[in-house]
Write a protein of this length. Sequence first.
Length: 185
Amino acid sequence: MITNFIPNSMVIAVRFTRDGQTILASHGDGVLEWWAVTPRGLVSRRAVQVGHFSRAMSLSPDGATVALGGVSRICLVDYQTGAIRQRLFGHGQEILGTTFSPDGGTLASCSMDGTIKLWNLRMMQEVCTIPFDVRPALGKELGVEDVGFAPDGNSLWAFSRSGIMKFWRAATPREIAAAGKADEP
């Protein structure tokens, strides 16, 4: 063990930066904290109040933006300054997972409301809602637990709190052309 991680309040999510030199911690009291990884242990560098707790946290591929889910909203936080760049609203309940596409242009989020949303980050708006189609059953919990993009950015996976995993793939240009010729959707 290199160090004990002893924050001031309960930590509910952590992420390493790509270079491994910083740990981002989301606290239960709505604080986002940056911890530097040093040879002698972790050193707190900055903390900002983002206004809500978040178990859902992701870092953009370029390292410039932190996405934090909350109750029906996502905060996009500037990594360098800690300022909230944008808030995205759309889910009906707590957001459990967020992930950036490999090119950084799309954010996917999933929620206890049973949906996945895709957000165009250039326009800062929701472009698609995917119902997960999880039906209540005795002993099963509703909600989509996490979501992720494949490295090529054309596939998306998600799994529900009840243990169901689904996978979607975007149609290729060839498949789209063939469907058009066959007059199919």
